[in-house]
Design a protein around this ligand. Structure first.
Ligand SMILES: NC(=O)c1ccc[n+]([C@@H]2O[C@H](COP(=O)([O-])OP(=O)(O)OC[C@H]3O[C@@H](n4cnc5c(N)ncnc54)[C@H](OP(=O)(O)O)[C@@H]3O)[C@@H](O)[C@H]2O)c1
Length: 293
């Protein structure tokens, strides 16, 4: 069995988590909407992740909606003492599966209570406020009102820690003036490197950066350099993509998503593979600060 602690640990919301975690979004149905085709398979993936030592799981009640959290609860409740579940609020799904901003105080309050109920907990470990000024990427706009509302829910004891997702550096600075921000979750991978400077700034502040779409998301990463390095090192391209992130900065925590047991094992296997320094240079050619996936 893979020893995922080989990838090291980091502090997330005052707890120590392994840098290789798991993102649960892929467990919902097609388009992250409705139930999975293979419910037993989804439960098996969650149990296998926990059995392998994963103690950082990323989710949201708007995956499904509700489905992913309900699967996590069914698979893992009562939760292991060291498990940190990170959820996110700020969107509501339409009946057609659309993703709609939901930032009014009553929306955020309802979302926190939905997460509590569906995860089966009295307090949420970490809640990311997922900004939706532009659904596809960070865009400027004040986060004062929704973050103040979330901080009030934290004050009421429903939320232990607060993070931010799909944010700009300016919004993080604004947010840190309102609440203690314990993590940032933005899109970032080998080919999509808009946050290079931000990652280094957060590293200096000791704040974890959790890239979403670490494998490219709905369009998995493909590049000649990636295939070449994988072949040379005797691992798979996806393991190289994860190992590159692990080596990129110590504050990067991984939450690759999959509904497949084989892919889960493959992804966790990246913990045992250290990318040679010269391969980093080759892989750096794939993405630039202006690069897009
Ligand atoms: N904050 C946000 O706005 C936001 C947005 C998106 C996602 N997220 C979070 O980030 C997590 C990670 O993102 P993601 O799951 O969308 O994208 P990802 O981890 O980059 O990639 C997942 C995709 O890659 C495939 N895959 C996984 N492992 C593979 C492997 N070893 N070989 C080949 N294909 C593989 C998966 O399909 P299979 O199921 O077939 O393996 C799936 O299609 C999510 O689960 C979610 O928790 C957050």
């Amino acid at each position: 069995m893979t020893d995922i602690s080989r990838a090291g640990t980091f502090t997330l919301g005052g707890r120590t988590v392994k840098r290789l975690g798991y993102g649960a979004m892929q467990l919902a149905g097609p388009g992250v909407f409705g139930p999975p085709k293979d419910r037993a398979g989804a439960l098996a993936v969650l149990r296998a992740a926990a059995a392998a030592g994963v103690n950082h799981i990323d989710t949201s009640d708007f995956y499904g909606p509700h489905i992913t959290n309900q699967l996590i609860r069914e698979a893992l409740h009562p939760y292991p003492g060291d498990l940190v579940i990170v959820t996110k609020i700020g969107a509501r799904r339409g009946e057609d599966g659309s993703w709609n901003p939901a930032f009014a105080t009553e929306d955020l309050t309802r979302a926190v209570h939905d997460n509590l109920r569906n995860l089966g907990v009295d307090v949420l470990d970490i809640v990311n406020l997922r900004l939706m000024f532009d659904i596809h990427g960070p865009a400027e706009g004040s986060i004062e009102a929704p973050l103040t509302a979330l901080a009030e829910l934290q004050r009421q004891g429903l939320v232990r820690h607060i993070g931010l997702s799909n944010v700009t550096a300016r919004q993080i600075a604004q947010g840190r003036g309102i609440a203690d921000i314990v993590c940032v979750q933005n899109q970032y991978n080998l080919a999509h490197r808009h946050d290079d400077d931000l990652i280094d700034e957060l590293a200096a502040a000791g704040i974890p950066y959790v890239p979403f779409f670490p494998l490219g998301g709905f369009t998995p990463l493909q590049a000649t350099e990636l295939s070449d390095v994988a072949a040379r090192c005797g691992v798979t391209p996806m393991q190289v993509a994860l190992a590159w992130l692990l080596r990129r900065a110590a504050n990067i925590l991984l939450i690759p998503g999959t509904a497949s047991l084989d892919h889960l094992r493959e992804n966790l296997g990246a913990a045992e593979f250290e990318l040679p320094q010269d391969a980093m240079a080759v892989l750096d050619r794939i993405g630039t600060k202006d690069g897009a996936p």
